[in-house]
Ligand binder design. Sequence first.
Ligand code: CP3
Length: 336
Amino acid sequence: MKFREVLGGREVWPPPLWLMRQAGRYLPEYRATRAKAGDFISLCLNPALAEEVTLQPIRKFGFDAAILFSDILILPMAMGQGLRFAEGEGPRLPPLEDLSLLQPGKAAGVYAPVIETVSRLSASLPKQTGLIGFAGGPATVACYMLDGQGGGFPRTRQLAYERPDFVRVLVDMLAEASIEYLSAQVEAGAHCVMLFESWAGLFPPEQFRELVIRPARRICDGLRALHPGLKMIGFPRLAGLMLGEYARESGVDVVALDSVTGLAEARAACPPGTIFQGNLDPLLLKLGGEALDEAVEALLAQVKGHPHILNLGHGITPDVPEAHVARLVEKVRAAR
Ligand code: CP3
């Protein structure tokens, strides 16, 4: 299958394609299933419905890989932190004060339905479709746990300077919990795993090394010890000049690029042969038209001759017309 061939380092043409947040609100069938589940967290913890929403974009667009439907905040929730999603406002957690309130030993019991979703998908997905498991990067998950919501994460940023040991211990706890969580996903049938370090770009170099690269390395080493040959995708969003060091030191096999990181610049910064994923600007998928067509052609021209996984540079937004997604898929399939 195309997706797994690229993970193995082979060039495939046209390149495989999937989209971050490909299961989501831009699809009417997703909105209907979420309404059936009641709310977003119930949907994540309902294996039959989570399986259904994972499959929806595969059926409709035939993407080369499916990503488990869940959320990066399910793991901290399973470790005992409160979590709710305020409609239209995003996640809300009670800002974490005391690490001893977390109970990582209980997490597996709470996230069991997510693992069940992976098992179901591994049986129901078309044979040619890849299955991606995931977790949040420890620094990004810590941001939500410490600040309690998105929006700059001022408390996390302050704590990283004033109480570095506290933040480091939290990130290390998350790395260990992520190894167990991702390992369970692999045992249930995930072909590879992705680490979403969406807020990596908040941290200056020393903190980036300590809170982003070091835990990623720990997770990759821990997982490979359990699953030799497992492929890992890392998404160190807005890593800037730290991208090369991330590619060299984190242990991931594929570096997922955001849209402000050019492929030429990424190639210059990373070791020769680094496999990339990305990095179409999600806004183009909303705009459609010539802007989308031209950007897709330019990206295809840049990745020709290299192992590459086509994707967006960040998640698809709810305002994207389905016809634009269909157009993207058609243009990629017709690539020459
Ligand atoms: O299709 C997929 O990509 C798989 C499922 C998935 C979701 N979230 C579903 C989701 C994945 C891999 C994620 C990752 C995730 N979650 C990240 C990392 C990637 C990124 O976008 O930077 C982050 C930071 C989160 C935390 C999160 N979850 C936020 C900030 C929000 C609110 C923003 C929003 O889009 O509403 C969510 C909610 C969320 N996660 C939705 C979905 C489909 C929307 C929930 C809904 O209202 O139905």
